[in-house]
Write a protein that binds this ligand. Sequence first.
Ligand code: UD1
Length: 395
Amino acid sequence: MLIDIIAGARPNFMKIAPIVRAIESRAAAGGPLRYRLVHTGQHYDARMSGDFFEQLGIPEPHANLEVGSGTQAEQTAAIMVRYEQLLLDAPSALCPVVGDVTSTMACAIAAQKLRVPVAHVEGGIRSGDWTMPEEINRMVTDSITNWFFTTSEVANGNLRRAGVADDRIFFVGNTMIDTLLANLDRLKPPPFWEELGLKPGQYFVTTLHRPANVDAGDAFLRLLAAIGEGTRGMPVVFPVHPRTAKTLRELGSGEGSGGSGSGSRGSEGHSRGSDRGSALPANLCLVDPQPYLEFNWLVKHARAVITDSGGITEETTVMGVPCLTLRDTTERPETITIGTNELIGTDPSRLKPALDRLFAGQWKKGAVPPLWDGRTGERIVAALEGLLVGTRPNG
Ligand code: UD1
């Protein structure tokens, strides 16, 4: 039985890898499922896509819809048109989607309208913030999902409150954490580790790409200034997302190749805020988007991470690294109630007091949420076999 696996943007790739692996290993043992890997092409640069396939051992996609960049509506429409055509040409028995990116929602809509059932991995999470495109994607996807594979009890509760029956909810854990645990021994320092003089526990990592933080130049600079000041001169490694790079270019900092490796950076794709006497803090080290193994090496050994990402708050929780989230809401509350994450908000003045607590050794230790144990991909595939072929899993 053929099922699709949909991937479109960077945070999808670590979530599909364990599902692909579990289908392959169960198929080798006589399991009934086969997969067709569909890359929508939402992310297309090597640094945002190809590097992750290579490092995580994900096979070449069977189909690439090559939608490329565009507005939310343009990307959504292009993915729907092309995925619908693929399904019409060669139907599949199920459309499993992961996460909350535009590709997730677009493929779910196209599939369900052709009566291909949808499974949502990471279903049920909610930030309540409708200004985030991801929240719209989650709500739309979940409203037309047949089966939910959830990461937390909070997600289960959200779904139940929305009227979803228990037999459609599978609390399986977190596939992103499967990938992290499977690769912990393979993490490696990036080429600039020595050159920037980075030492374990003596630097920070920051990532920022939410429109609310990076699209307005002045506010973005104030946020960066607060990061520079609060980190007390320690290096702050900042892998620059393409969207963020665009704002930096518009600010005239001369930065922002964001994945193409061009621009004014050094040969290894990094530069310091101090390099050109720009408005950027001197301890900020701008680097290109990092591959998976290098990025998580940086996170694992950092004093703390300052971010507006959702997925990174899960990885820091598992690695026990303090995480300061520059957002007002989160769809992953367990990273706060159980893990090492804290919501700081987007007001730059709130960062320094939090970092002062970190430097004073007052950050919480945190623990790992239930079922984030590295076996989620196996649970999902066992459940899918039961749903599609009729052998209910034992658990
Ligand atoms: C998307 C996801 C977000 C996720 C993020 C991770 C949605 C709504 N958002 O946001 O949840 O956290 O990916 O990276 O799906 N670009 C490139 N090269 C690429 C891809 C994009 O240069 O390979 C450029 C685009 O041209 C655009 C910008 O980056 O200017 C933003 O890309 P887009 O995919 O629209 O959304 P993200 O902000 O990356």
